[in-house]
Design a protein around this ligand. Structure first.
Ligand code: RB5
Length: 148
């Protein structure tokens, strides 16, 4: 059973509920870090809380949602050890796992995607990390955290 953390700002509350239903119907354990109303909040606060919870351990990956997926992914990628990929179709869903071994994926509640978000999540979950040369590239990417 996969354990997944999810959080959104006010721009993706209904998308979050839809994703949670999908994940639970696929026997995933879901930690919902909010928000659950459309009252305006600041997405960096939500991203930081979710990433801090994720780094405590025990989660397979996380999902961050805002209006576009952009703000959440930028904020998450500021946090040590986080690799948050903005996924927008089945190909990027697959590559986010296979090549980047992303530990978070981000979507926008106000974005019109060509495929359902749950199909992208399903693709990400069913893809394995390719390893090999991608291990080296990810190690170099994460080393940047100590270079600046
Ligand atoms: C909030 O209005 C909006 O800026 C936020 O949800 C997100 O899209 C930011 O990147």
């Amino acid at each position: 059973m996969k354990k997944i953390i999810i959080a959104s700002d006010h721009g993706a509350v209904s998308l979050k509920q839809d994703i949670i239903s999908f994940l639970k119907s696929n026997n995933c354990e879901v930690k919902d870090m909010g928000v659950n109303t459309e009252d305006s909040v600041d997405y960096p606060d939500i991203a930081l809380a979710a990433c801090n919870e994720f780094t405590k351990g025990g989660y397979d990956f996380g999902i961050l949602l805002c209006g576009t997926g952009i703000g959440m992914s930028i904020a998450a990628n500021k946090i040590r050890s986080i690799r948050c990929a903005q996924v927008y179709d089945l190909f990027t869903a697959e590559m986010a796992k296979a090549h980047n071994n992303a530990n978070f994926i981000a979507f926008g509640g106000r974005v019109k995607y060509s495929v359902p978000v749950n199909a992208m999540i399903d693709k990400f979950m069913k893809t394995n990390f390719s390893g090999d040369r991608h291990e080296r590239r990810i190690a170099k990417m994460m080393d940047i955290e100590d270079l600046c």
